[in-house]
Write a protein that binds this ligand. Structure first.
Ligand SMILES: O=P(O)(O)OC[C@H]1O[C@H](OP(=O)(O)OP(=O)(O)O)[C@H](O)[C@@H]1O
Ligand SMILES: Nc1nc2[nH]cnc2c(=O)[nH]1
Length: 183
């Protein structure tokens, strides 16, 4: 996307959660995560690329011992609807017997998070928990009622960007969660 076009996208977008709202959501998530697994010496996995900012900002709020790693899988690319999940980076850590926390930007249909959680369990993780900044509200989940263990924001069924979420690979850096005009 060209520079001017990208500026127009942000200008015309609807801000669904500004920086203050996102920060408050991250605070709430961190408190709930700490209460749940603060004493479990968990392995935390950032789901790349979208999970980068949420994971980073969440981690500075988690003041207990943990190990950090990343997984990379994608199913949207430049599209606004998902396809087959493609692994970009496979496991490089041993999760056997461990408590695992997967952190991502969004749970839309839940295909990505469920596949990664299933993979952790198949590799012997003792418990797998999931955390997302955004849950998109609709009835197309991978299983009825599928949701993350820790959710920051419940947002409507629109294509969103910012705080790690991209629109055509741009604006992951936008300082809020925005919905693309018309999408
Ligand atoms: O719940 P789902 O319908 O599976 O969608 C959620 C996934 O989609 C996005 O990833 P994407 O495939 O766009 O890759 P990216 O993280 O590199 O942007 C997002 O970061 C989630 O991982
Ligand atoms: N950037 C972005 N990625 C997604 N992946 C699944 N849903 C979305 C969305 O609304 N925005």
């Amino acid at each position: 996307m060209q520079y001017d076009q990208a500026l127009k996208v942000l200008e015309e977008a609807d801000c669904l959660a500004d920086r203050t709202a996102v920060e408050a959501a991250l605070d709430r998530m961190a408190d709930a995560i700490t209460a749940s697994i603060g004493k479990k010496n968990p392995m935390v996995f950032c789901i790349m690329n979208g999970g980068l900012i949420v994971t980073g900002q969440l981690l500075t709020r988690l003041t207990f011992p943990l190990e950090l790693g990343y997984l990379h899988a994608t199913r949207y690319g430049h599209q606004t609807s998902g396809g087959d999940l493609e692994w970009k980076a496979l496991f490089h850590a041993d999760v056997e017997g461990r408590t695992v926390l997967l952190v991502d930007d969004i749970l839309d249909e839940g295909v990505t998070l469920k596949a990664l959680a299933d993979e952790c369990l198949a590799r012997g993780a003792k418990k797998v928990l999931t955390a997302v900044l955004v849950n998109k509200q609709h009835e197309r989940k991978v299983m009825p009622g599928y949701c993350a263990d820790f959710t920051g924001l419940e947002l409507p069924d629109r294509f969103v960007f910012g705080y790690g979420l991209d629109y055509e690979n741009m604006w992951r850096n936008a300082p809020g969660v925005y919905a693309v005009k018309g999408l």
